[in-house]
Design a protein around this ligand. Structure first.
Ligand code: FES
Ligand code: FE2
Length: 384
């Protein structure tokens, strides 16, 4: 166990003992504009979503050469593909003939064939065949009509896109700079060694930031999660750290006690917590003892967000074994049920804001990370 991990657990124990949580800064009154302004959303999309690397899918979702999957993003529909040589590409899901959508869902084949007039593309986006080429399109240069590619990089078991970067920029460096010290945390999670068990997507009526903010405190656990996970956690007790532009929320479960015993000393951080690693702008990795939930948010409009939750399980898990399936299914269901409680409350805040039912929101000293998150967003928008 690293000294960092030991310090984190020691910090959590002292907070349990003192019945407190990470406190910082001042109490605040928060202006509501940022949750209703379409101008703000436009800036967030162009300066955050399209300027910093964001995750599209887990690598295991396109594990085979020539596999591909359509993904809906703030740029529209994209295809994430793995070409015959194993390299990942992110391509516009739009045919270069008259623009028809090429792919729905996922597939695996050497050619992606347009459903309209059957122009076909290889999985690296190259236009390979045009029916009737010589007589219908005598002047068409195929090499100028490959699918439009979006800059992307595959790292840490995820496919990241970063649309507004120059073609020759080194995305690995950009990603590494964006992650900062969070890179080490991500490496420690070995997300390469996982695969997706199940992905669920739902649209919620709320600004994307409200859903992100809900993860930065555990003040709500006893009340909001009374029907799900509340009995397993210490309420309003968390060790919350800002790590560069990102956040780590260590939420101790009741497995962690203040008792001085060999069993307690042997606990690793993931034995005794759920820990949320939040990657600005829009991704959370909720790490539990055996699996990780990948949470992704996609703004649809200023007060509508698609939230996707993928349950990542160890690569070695045997999904032919009914017992294992039932185990992962239970984990998947409890997480979804719990997070739905959060999303429903986020949507209820949006409703109050839209109705002008409150003049501002309050953040306590225990909710400092909600403010810090918004500061990070402001900073990135100003910089980009
Ligand atoms: S629009 Fe794709 S082949 Fe015509
Ligand atoms: Fe919650």
């Amino acid at each position: 166990m690293s000294s960092d991990e030991k310090a984190l657990i020691a910090d959590a124990k002292s907070k349990i003992l003192n019945k407190t949580t990470s406190l910082k800064g001042d109490e605040r009154k928060v202006d509501l504009d940022r949750y209703v302004s379409t101008e703000t959303l436009k800036q967030e999309i162009s300066s955050l979503y399209h300027r910093v690397p964001t995750v599209l899918i887990h690598s295991s979702e396109v594990s085979e050469p020539n596999s591909y999957q359509a993904v809906q993003t703030t740029l529209g529909s994209l295809i994430v593909s793995r070409d015959a040589s194993g390299k990942v590409h992110v391509l516009r899901n739009a045919c270069r003939h008259r623009g028809a959508k090429l792919v729905d869902g996922k597939g695996c084949s050497k050619r992606i064939i347009c459903p309209y007039h059957a122009w076909s593309y290889s999985t690296d986006g190259e236009l390979s065949n045009v029916p009737g080429h010589s007589h219908c399109f005598p002047s068409l240069d195929k090499s100028e009509n490959n699918l439009i590619e979006i800059p992307s990089v595959e790292m840490y078991g995820f496919v990241w896109m970063c649309p507004n970067t120059a073609g020759d920029s080194d995305l690995k460096t950009i990603l590494s700079e964006h992650l900062g010290d969070m890179e080490e945390e991500l490496l420690g999670l070995n997300t390469n060694d996982f695969k997706v068990y199940k992905r669920t997507k739902k649209t919620w009526k709320g600004n994307w930031k409200l859903f992100a903010e809900g993860g930065f405190e555990t003040y709500h656990f006893t009340f909001a999660h009374k029907n799900t996970i509340a009995p397993y956690f210490h309420n309003n007790t968390a060790v919350i750290d800002q790590i560069g532009n990102h956040f780590r929320v260590f939420m101790p479960t009741k497995v962690l006690t203040t008792e001085d015993s060999p069993e307690q000393h042997a606990l690793s951080m993931h034995d005794c917590s759920h820990t949320l690693y939040y990657f600005t702008p829009n991704m959370g990795l909720l790490v539990q003892k055996e699996h990780i939930d990948l949470i992704q948010m996609r703004p649809i409009s200023v007060d509508e967000t698609e939230i996707s939750i993928s349950t990542l399980i160890p690569e070695s898990a045997d999904l032919q074994d009914p017992q294992q399936i039932s185990h992962w299914q239970k984990n998947n269901e409890i997480t979804n049920r719990t997070l739905d409680e959060d999303w429903a409350l986020g949507a209820s805040i949006q409703e109050s804001i839209n109705d002008n039912a409150v003049p501002y929101l309050h953040y306590g000293k225990n909710e400092w990370a909600l403010h810090a998150f918004n500061q990070v967003l402001n900073h990135l928008i100003a910089k980009n």
